[in-house]
Design a binder for this molecule. Sequence first.
Ligand SMILES: [Zn+2]
Length: 320
Amino acid sequence: MRFQQQIIFEKIGAEGQKKLQKSTVCILGLGALGSRAAELLTRAGIGTLILIDRDVVELLNLQRQTLYTEQDLNLPKVYQAAIHLKQINSKIKIKPFFKDINYTNIESFVKGDLVLDCTDNLETRFLLNEHCLEKEIPWIFSSVLGSIGMLFNIIPKKTPCFSCIFSEPEDILGTCDTEGILNTTPTLISALQVTEAIKILTKQPYAKELLYYDLWKHKLTKTKIKKNPKCNACKGKYSYLNGEKNKEVIKLCGTNSYQLKGYKPDLKKTAEKLEKIDKVIVNDYCLLFKELTILKDGRVLIKAKSEKEAKELYSKYLGD
Ligand SMILES: [Zn+2]
């Protein structure tokens, strides 16, 4: 009964619904795009969801990250998402991972029949591209900025890959922090992404073009993409996956933040030290202090205008 309306829809039917039930989808990033996609897939009857995210819920996320409420503030998005999704569909299997995905661990966590890219930075997308090419896992790139969203299905051996389209992290998609974002942009792009996911999982024809949608102007551009004969990833040269392009500092889109690694904190001791300066919020997962979010796994997210400023704040408050 639950999926009746979807089974009546002739493109899915009872057969398609069974395929969805047997499918595992991995969602990388549980922000506006990922949390919405997770909700739609949960309601659509996907069997298993692997959810991966490295952040906690912040007040400024609630403007567009529709799965979360004020009760979820300062708690890991993946765990809170899993709670909400189970309330929506108690039958779904959810594997939540509060993890920062990098070249050393991507193989252990990013699995399944399909991966949805809902990340907030380009380095992770290049890494994901190489991982999915190597493991032959289809994935769907999505990205949002202002009133603009992009989407592209990447099926190993069949379509061009992400590196065929974009060459280096520096040269695409504009700057993420000066543009802001409408909450309708990720809502639309998630709808498109989940629709493509359902087509791919039920083995039906999917969009072959790079989709570019401007909600404010109601403008949809479809761009045909060809394989780039010079693409290293397509030739099996994986410079992100083998760690060559690993960066210590990553710029995160949409939050004016930089991620620095390698802090080995004792959250309680750090809290005691920082409390002398200003207010500290601390829980089992993280410590929040001024522009800094210090996570238990050693990552520090810093709101700053530049990498230089982020490093200065790091050494000001966390340096020896
Ligand atoms: Zn390629």
